[in-house]
Design a protein around this ligand. Structure first.
Ligand code: AMP
Length: 457
């Protein structure tokens, strides 16, 4: 079987996680991909010196009219627009990112934490647990927000996924819950997958602590959620629509909530949850603590912060350009060899854990079946799959049984998988924001990542 030896071992668990630092020393890579017309596969050419062309526009792969003309490609060239349902034409301009391909290695100074986990004054058993799951040094966001949350401040944390933001809000709130058992925290996430991952992280951080939680997300049977809500929960983790529904039915009592956390608030707004978010907050007592985590500070996020947080402290650990640690390139294809070009790439050993983005649910499903047919271990996640099927695909990918995950933009939101070697945009994203979000699935924490975008020759 091709490439089965190239898989990394499972990175999620174990005690060997490296301390966080935000250093993203790039090694260059210097590889350019070009699909040779008429041939069946991509041609790899190593640029001399292992570096990249130094002039921003000087990529050998971007020929003629595609490079500087700022031309937008219609999403349907690659199988549909980038938005839900694929109806919207892509406004994504390839030239915008080709030139962002880093010209020379850049080394960011690693973040030096001011605290250890012991310094925060946390419960001894909690500190031991944190260390036992391999979190040795606080990440930048943890180092900076944990003291404020412990002090009871409202906090706005501007941090992307991969920065350790989940533990940054969970650790102090767990600490408060251990001290004050009557507390109840509501965590809202944009997707059910993210809600489940947050609960998994909560469980890892709270073994034998008698901390209870229920996940309340849409697209899943509501009955087990209702029965989960009958007991006393310290944490309720859910998506805004379902949480609002359960509040309306009286199963979640807003009066008992002491902390509300919005995880990936910007994506929640993007996904149209604004009314649910506002309605939920309106019913929760004003003496609550409110924590807002978001990768970006858009006007609408700012509006919500202004309306619902009290004298918040803002901590930002955003890199100016999240794409800094990601090498970006394009793959040129002729219509007849697009698929074989992809297969040839995937058979190379360096493509060890790959997320491929497609524009539409059915094309994503079809592509994954065709890859399996070509001997590549692939699975798909998209909106036509049940939650159980999506979760199974995601677990197979995380655990290395499946090396390629084909996904739509919507289904991939909030996916956190370590060590993704490549993101491939088989179909163009709808917008530049979608592009940035897609490629952010690789190059996480201090890892290097590669993003390749298929563009017609
Ligand atoms: P997040 O930003 O919450 O998606 O976290 C990304 C990954 O970083 C997760 O796999 C965490 O387990 C891991 N992580 C969180 N905090 C630390 C830390 N202090 N040191 C090393 N890894 C961490």
């Amino acid at each position: 079987m091709p490439n089965s030896s190239g898989r990394p071992s499972r990175p999620m668990s174990g005690n060997t996680r490296r301390p966080f630092n935000s250093s993203s020393s790039r090694t260059g890579g210097g590889r350019s991909f070009s699909s040779s017309s008429g041939s069946t596969g991509p041609r790899f050419s190593r640029s001399s010196g292992g570096g990249r062309p130094s002039s921003p526009g000087g990529r050998s792969f971007s020929g003629g009219n595609n490079r500087n003309g700022g031309r937008s490609f219609g999403g349907n060239r690659g199988g549909g627009g980038g938005r839900r349902g694929g109806r919207v034409m892509s406004t994504f301009d390839v030239s915008k990112f080709i030139n962002l391909n880093p010209a020379k290695p850049v080394t960011e100074a690693p973040y030096v934490a001011k605290h250890t986990f012991k310094d925060f004054g946390l419960d001894k058993f909690l500190v031991e647990t944190i260390e036992s799951i391999g979190l040795i040094v606080p990440s930048a966001i943890q180092d900076q927000v944990i003291p404020h949350i412990l002090d009871g401040h409202d906090v706005v944390g501007l941090a992307q996924t991969g920065t350790g933001k989940t533990a940054a809000f969970l650790i102090p709130v767990i600490q408060k819950t251990l001290k004050e058992r009557g507390r109840q925290t509501l965590i809202l996430t944009p997707t059910r997958e993210l809600a489940i991952q947050v609960e998994q992280e909560l469980r890892k951080l709270t073994p034998k602590m008698n901390i209870y939680s229920t996940v309340c997300v849409g697209g899943m049977n509501i009955r087990p959620q209702i029965s989960g809500l009958r007991r006393k929960n310290h944490f309720i983790i859910g998506t805004p629509g379902r949480v609002q529904d359960l509040m309306d039915r009286g199963h979640i009592k807003p009066g008992g909530i002491t902390t509300v956390i919005f995880d990936e608030a910007d994506r929640m707004l993007d996904m149209g949850f604004i009314h649910d978010m506002k309605k939920i907050l309106k019913d929760v007592p004003v003496e609550r603590e409110t924590l807002f985590f978001s990768a970006t500070m858009s006007k609408s996020v700012e509006g919500l912060v202004h309306e619902f947080l009290r004298k918040p402290i803002t901590v930002s650990v955003r890199k100016t350009d999240i794409t800094n640690s990601i090498t970006q390139d394009v793959v040129r294809y002729e219509h007849h060899n697009k698929f074989t070009t992809l297969v040839d790439l995937l058979k190379t050993e360096e493509f060890s854990r790959v997320i491929i983005f497609g524009a539409m649910k059915h094309s994503v499903e079809k592509l994954s079946l065709e890859l399996v047919h070509s001997g590549i271990k692939a699975d798909a996640i998209h909106g036509n799959k049940s939650h159980v099927q999506r979760q199974r695909a995601l677990n197979g990918f995380k655990e290395g049984r499946v090396k390629v995950l084909v996904a739509t933009d919507v289904a991939a939101r909030g996916i956190h998988v370590d060590n993704v070697s490549h993101v491939i945009n088989y179909d163009l994203p709808g917008t530049y924001e979608d592009y940035v979000h897609r490629i952010g699935r690789t190059g996480r924490s201090d890892k290097q990542g590669k993003a390749l975008t298929f563009v017609p020759a």
